[in-house]
Design a protein around this ligand. Sequence first.
Ligand SMILES: Nc1nc2c(ncn2[C@@H]2O[C@H](COP(=O)(O)OP(=O)(O)O)[C@@H](O)[C@H]2O)c(=O)[nH]1
Ligand SMILES: [Mg+2]
Length: 376
Amino acid sequence: MSGENSKTQFDKTFDQAYEERSPNFDEHVNIALVGKVSAGKSSLLNAILGRTREDPIARVGASSGVTTKVTPYKLDEHVLIIDCPGLDDVRKENSEETKDFLGSIDLGLFVVTGSADASQKSNFGDLKKNCKKTLVILNKIDEWDDLEESAYHDVVDQWKRVLGVDKVFGTCTKGFDPKMRQSAPMDLRGVDEVRKEIFDFLESEKKDILLARHLKSKESYAIGFIAAALVAVAGEAFIPGSAAYITATQVVAITSLNYLYKGEVLSKSSALALLPTFAGETLGTSAFLFAKSFLPPTGVLDVAAAGIAVSITFAMLAAVKWVLENEHSLEEKKVLKEAFNSFNKVGQELKHVSLSDFKDKTSIVKLLIRLLSKKF
Ligand SMILES: Nc1nc2c(ncn2[C@@H]2O[C@H](COP(=O)(O)OP(=O)(O)O)[C@@H](O)[C@H]2O)c(=O)[nH]1
Ligand SMILES: [Mg+2]
């Protein structure tokens, strides 16, 4: 195989892998937040995005009228959340924006409170018909705090039966009302589970990053992202053309982290152009990776090389995360390089993690939290 051909093969594999994995940055996320006035829709939205009472996205109020009928939250050009009692209220608005919205709702969050109410069935049916996915959320579960536990389970079962669903998420999102006493604590329950369900769904649509950008704290999302990249790299080391796959994973992760923190789309070529910044420091190993993957006939890496690929990827992504978090830009090559060198030391430990352990993303996340907290 000549060098020329190898390069072409690398580019082809890289481009294809990149296209397959890259988020759709020009896509849209439309979410319908449906439920009666005062069910806690605005509170739930704040809770999902990790907001505080002082820094809400959606206004919360005990007096009905705060969320009258239809309240749109346009988080940016790509993310629209409409808070309304039912989709019919949105239809009545009859603007271009609401028409587009109704035609492509990704997610419907149906928020109910109290005991099961059959009159909500048609509203739910309408929502379900118009969304790719719907979640039913029983909010204000604190209402059952003083009752026997069975009372809460009974009401969940009734809602399941009335709406014909297998799952009802119980939540408490108390504490966002600006009229609350300052000293009154926030009472948040069940929100993590709802958030996870939402992001898992959006991830399957390759759109999770579009909403994740609006999370108040991006830390855990970013860590999950790096963990997923490491899991991918560990698996990719053993497939033919591994260097191209690994590079695609790195580039996708860099563009995603950049969007998460900056809300800007970094082009494929700009992200690719960053890689030599890191490679310079690990020339031996990266040249090794590069060369190895072009060795016929299988082009697979051995275990040692796979460990190196994982630890380099860790250092690279940890550095990118650190730079973005600390208000630097990826243009600052010197800062990026320094951060890479520090994390590269910290990440040596990853070389000794058995590759089969990379199947378990949860334990990798735990490991990353520890490694990333090491100061440099
Ligand atoms: N007890 C209790 N009150 C809540 C909960 N979630 C929201 N609230 C309160 O219910 C009222 C209406 O909430 P809001 O989010 O504005 O409802 P929306 O009209 O559906 O958007 C506010 O006073 C909230 O503080 C909850 O889980 N438990
Ligand atoms: Mg509201």
